[in-house]
Design a binder for this molecule. Sequence first.
Ligand code: PGA
Ligand code: ZN
Length: 431
Amino acid sequence: MLSLEPRIKNCFAKHITDSRGMATIEVEVVAKIGLDEVSAKAAVPSGKSTGSEEAVALRDADGGILQAIDSVEKKIAPKIAGMALDSEDIDHAILSLDTTRNKEHIGANAMLGVSMAVMRLEAKVKNIPLWKLISQKSGYPAGRPILYMNTLNGGAHADFCLPFQEYILAVGGKTLTESNEKAIAIFEKVRQKLAEKKMDYFMGDEGGFALRTSDLEEPFRILTDCIEKDPNIFIAIDAAASEFYRKENQKYELNGNLISRGDLLMLYKGLSEKYDLKSIEDPFYEKDLTGFEEITKWIGDSVLIVGDDLTVTNSIMIRKYGDRGLVNGMIVKPNQIGTMVETFGAIHDARKYGWKIIVSHRSGETMDPFVADLAVGVGAYGIKAGAHTQPERRAKYDRLLEIEKELVADAEQEQTKKKDRALERKNQPYY
Ligand code: PGA
Ligand code: ZN
């Protein structure tokens, strides 16, 4: 008899280019339902200021992506062909192919492309939005994240013109539409301000303004001048301190000066007192655990201390550092770990410590807006998606605007179902 249960038929991968012009993969997963075929695609981003414990993306010696394509088509596809379309089971099957610590055998890029495409396909077959399936699979209610819009770019993403990598406008609102409008309006004010100040800039990797100034406080002054008093708007940074830590001196290099951990801690404390700086990502080198411990102790009550290179979306690291209270927030990047099932596990572990979750894109992005659905689906505190000036970043904001409509429609549907159930109970005869 012909089975109507959807089953995986095949997976394909192809070479596409990311926002930096680097090769990456797009994966297509095909399932069969009876005689019909359905398919979904997903594309994999890549980072530049990566944590040393991140899972490995397979890349050929010439920068190409042929090994990752082979991994998808010759290793993963035969393993999952014929399996029922259940993203969790399929992730476990993929994971069973690679027992290395950092996924160097199959490659986290190959794994993630399949894992994301399978999840998107499952949502398509169930005829529900991707964020809704993510909410069901992760076990968290959906929610509207604060938009962390990277406005001034520095560090490895902008030729180190500014010492910290990202100076971010964090904007929340009642709806994602409202947050988006507010964030864009402030971003445009910043553009005007730079023109008034006759400051030269170029575009950083994530679409923000890359300024050349040796004045450490100038980016904070510019952002402060452009934001109105609003309890839902604040400044965040991603210091990405591993990039300016000098192992040979065990010091941090800021604008050509070598400073100690203690001095850097005082600098952050001062900035958070003087400006509306409420969220600091990777304030110290990923192995400077004392730095993380001290800053969280000192200012963690009023400032979110966020791990990224430190925690790499990896449950083992999270448990190790959670017990020591090193941070109170965590970046989630699925390609740091490789599969969606592990990503949900990492979020689960982080939340056990009460950490806030910020879902993030990578600096090398594609047009795939998956992270928008992920942030909403797990009810994340924030989403980092760069600046709307670049099409691959805008794709995430555009998807959030679509999701806003889906959230409203979904809430209305749930309300109607509730009323119908209540009515049915009322009309039930007593026999
Ligand atoms: P990456 O940077 O994608 O280049 O690693 C983003 C970040 O550090 O948050
Ligand atoms: Zn970071």
